[in-house]
Design a protein around this ligand. Structure first.
Ligand SMILES: [Zn+2]
Length: 288
């Protein structure tokens, strides 16, 4: 009888010792885990100053790449007749681009002044319009009856009129920008001179940007005419439209004209770009 009870009792005692040992070893470990994690969490909330430094390398690699900056460029067309307006524009101390007509009274002087003032210079190349011009055709205008050689010669002579030009946009030109053959000749010259092209977009049927992309000339298309209505509130609204497009699409080009009202409105409202998270840049920064 004693022998038969001894073995189960021994087994029970052994099991009790084992359980006690298990509790002694595991218990403190579990308690320590809880004690450590709770103050750490509390610390993160209450005092970020003593928060252990996060592993920045891992965090940085987890972040998506920074979105590209939203950019808007404003080009002032039709310059070459007034140095005073150009000086007022330069006084805004903004990255403005000026597009200067060739063979105007002050083409070369305007280009020099703009360049020295830190503005970006473009050639405002007169191209034939679908409509009869209200006054006589602008000097240096390219028309569809010219042959390839004439067109190339014309573009080069116009470029010589506007030194420091980094790019070209069209003055008028609804007829020519619809003509892929003539545009290809013009753009061929720009490519050889490493210049960019901005389509002023005087016709909805323009093929100029497509042609530029085919040839490999960096290009962009005008999205907003800023001062068709020269009233201040209208220019403000058009500028906001420009910034909104840039905010949505990443980039946008606006075109304005050398008028006192326009310069006053630009002075007042160009800073609105900040409210849209948009950076004002030169035209060369938005072509692609
Ligand atoms: Zn023009």
């Amino acid at each position: 009888m004693r022998r038969t009870l001894f073995l189960p009792l021994l087994f029970l005692a052994f099991a009790l010792v084992l359980l006690t040992l298990l509790f002694l070893v595991e218990g403190p470990v579990l308690r320590r885990d809880v004690q450590q994690s709770e103050p750490a969490a509390a610390q993160m909330i209450s005092s970020p100053a003593v928060m252990p430094p996060p592993s920045r390398k891992i965090e940085a690699s987890k972040l998506p790449p920074a979105p590209p900056a939203k950019k808007a460029a404003v080009i002032m067309d039709d310059l070459g007749y007034s140095l005073d307006l150009l000086r007022s524009l330069a006084a805004l101390k903004r990255p403005m681009t000026v597009s200067i007509l060739p063979f105007a009274a002050l083409s070369v002087e305007s280009a020099r002044l703009a360049h020295e003032a830190g503005l970006e210079v473009m050639l405002h190349l007169p191209l034939q319009s679908l409509f009869e011009p209200s006054s006589k055709n602008p000097a240096g205008m390219i028309s569809s009856d010219m042959n390839r050689e004439d067109i190339e010669k014309h573009v080069r002579s116009c470029l010589a009129q506007v030194p420091w030009a980094r790019g070209v946009n069209n003055h008028e030109g609804s007829k020519i920008t619809e003509d892929a053959a003539v545009m290809s000749v013009i753009l061929g010259v720009l490519k050889s001179e490493k210049l960019f092209f901005v389509d002023s977009r005087t016709t909805r049927r323009s093929v100029a940007v497509e042609a530029a992309q085919r040839i490999g000339v960096p290009a962009a298309s005008r999205r907003v005419f800023l001062d068709v209505d020269p009233q201040e509130r209208s220019i403000k609204a058009r500028l906001e439209e420009l910034f909104r497009i840039a905010q949505k699409e990443g980039q946008a080009v606006g075109i304005c004209h050398p008028k006192e009202e326009t310069i006053r409105a630009l002075q007042k409202y160009l800073a609105r770009a900040d409210d849209f998270g948009v950076e004002l840049v030169f035209a060369s920064d938005v072509v692609r």
